[in-house]
Structure formats: C-alpha cells, structure tokens
Ligand binder design. Sequence first.
Ligand SMILES: *Cc1c(COP(=O)(O)O)cnc(C)c1O
Length: 360
Amino acid sequence: VILLTPGPLTTARETRAAMTSDWGSRDAAFIALTADLRRCLLALAHGEANHVCVPIQGSGTYVVEAAIGSLVKPDSKLLVLENGRYGARAVTIAQRLGRPVTSLHWPEATPVNPQAVRAALKADPTISHVLLIHCETTTGILNPLQVVADTVAAEGRALIVDAMSSFGALPVDLRTTPITALLASSNKCLEGPPGIAFAIAARDALEEAGIAASVSLDLKAQWQGFEKNGQWRFTPPVQAVAGTVKALELLEAEGGPAARLARYRDNFATLLAGMKRLGFSLYLDEADQAPIIATFHVPKAWDLTFEAFYDALAARGYLIYPGKLTGADTFRIGCIGAIGRRDFEGLLAAMAEILEKARG
Ligand SMILES: *Cc1c(COP(=O)(O)O)cnc(C)c1O
C-alpha cells in the first residue's frame, strides 16, 4: 500500500530491512548507533555550535510535551502561535502541565503574522517562550519561520519550533535562524519508522532548565543521560533507531533536504494539477502552501460520500487521511514519504476511475 498521510509514511525497503535485527540497548554497537542518530540529526539542522540533539521515545507529541514541561518554568509564560490543531494541542499540553500559557489565534487558512507576535511580546514582558508550528499539518500551511524567529530574538525571548512535518525537507539552519528548541520526529520527512521524537535544543537552555513537569519527558535529564554514557535512560525503541539511522543515510544519498524538497514539490505539483483536472480545488492559497500535505475541498456536487471515496481508494492500495481536520468540509492527501510522481499518477488514475464509476 501507498500511505498518503502526514505520517507514518511509506518508507523505503532498505529502511524496513534495517529493522529486522535485535540490539542490546546497553551494548557498544547500539551506543554507537545512538551517537550516529544524534550526530546526523544535529548536522541536518546545522546546530553543532550551540545545540545538542536529545531523542525521546515516542511520537512527536511526546517531545512537544517534553519541551514545554522542561523549558517553560512554572513562573514564566508560553505564547503559542495557533492556526491549527497542533497549535491548539500545544496550548492543552501547557495547561495540563501547569505552565502559564497564552495564545494568538489565526484562522486555519491564514499564516501567522509576525507583527502581531511583536506586539504581543511588547505588551506582555512575562512571556518567556514562544511556540511556532513551522508547517501546520492541519491544512499544510507554511508559517513564516525566519521572520518570527528574528522577531522573537529581537524581543529577547526563546523560540520553540514544532518542525514535525517539515524537518528533513524544508530548510532550517540554526546558524542563521535563532531557535532555542527545534522539535521533530522520525516518521515524517525523514521517512523513518515511527517511535522517535527529538529536540535539537540550545545547550545553555538545557543547562538552565528547572525541574521538568515529568520524569520520563525530562529533556535535561535525557540529555544528561546521553552525555554520561551514551545510553538512553529507559528502554529505547532499538529497531526504530536502526531504521531511522538507515533513513538518514538514504536522505543523504538522495542529496539531502534540498533534493527531498524538490521531490516533494514535484509530488505536490503532480497531485495538484491532476486534482484540478478532476474538479477538486485546493483549500489554501497556493502561495501559503507547503509541499507536505494538501487539503482539498469536498466538492459540492459529489456523487459519493467521502467514506465511499476513501474505501474505494484503500481497496486500490492508496491510503489517504481518513477524515477532515479543518473546520471546513475538506480532506487531505500527503505528499511526503518514499514515493514519487509515478505513485501520484497511479493515485489520480484510481480517483478518475472511482469518480467515473460513481457518476454511473
Ligand atoms: C505529526 C505532528 C505532530 C506530532 O503528532 P504525533 O501524532 O504525536 O506524531 C506535532 N506537530 C505537528 C505539526 C505534526 O505534524
């Protein structure tokens, strides 16, 4: 099957093959593998000078929770820039952890506005951290990372970036973009298996971190564990580490994030042109769209239900995202994973056939 979702994604055969061995989690071979993982991820973000890579067992949300609970202190305040579900989830996490939180809110089809961020920071000096979602996977909208980062830095606050659905494809360079903690996971643009989330965090921010809100999701303690003996504090997802290290090798062999982004752009362009031919329209302005996941309106005159459409595609081997996330009546198709133009041509042919049949 071809997964056309925001993750987990279609992975390469080599990546799946790398996960067939057992590993002793405290053995030298696995310690070396973990060191490779941390080094490669840090290098991808160009963070060698001031940052460290801290992997955490779990899905992406685990590291969002770890970062908020470890970096935002109970007497400081988080500002979440919210234009979708993942921003809303970050607010919920901060509330549950007892961290003071406020948010700026935009409609789902509107990118974050840096001027509003500047005004909010000037108005409230108690805000210590700002959280931005780089690509809001709810719709696929791209938020203006560089301008927001410069704005937050100019106001002397720390920036946490949820780069879950962009890291490995969209460019990010910690030498030129001031970010305190960049968060991502193994199973999106890195095209690895699910199971590892990670923070690429400024060393000084970790050193100054207070008491985390959670024992297992404690970024500072996790980092200190790796520094002490190269090992994970608690049982690591050994196969997922091996698969992700292989996926990182494949990323480098492909030509790095720039080459991967070019492939995803081609996937997106193929998909969009074909969807337009079939009568579908894109939910976002094309200028605001990242080539990660595309959201389409459900047509007004529609000969079948979305469920029937989904099932017919699934029966042909294409799994799209089974439901809407936006307030509007829409559906989403992912452009990322170890897939290319041919796969999208196959998907479009399957759709054409399903629509033809429904018309009777
Ligand atoms: C995928 C994703 C997450 C994490 O979701 P999980 O289901 O926990 O992996 C967080 N933020 C964004 C923007 C995402 O796309």
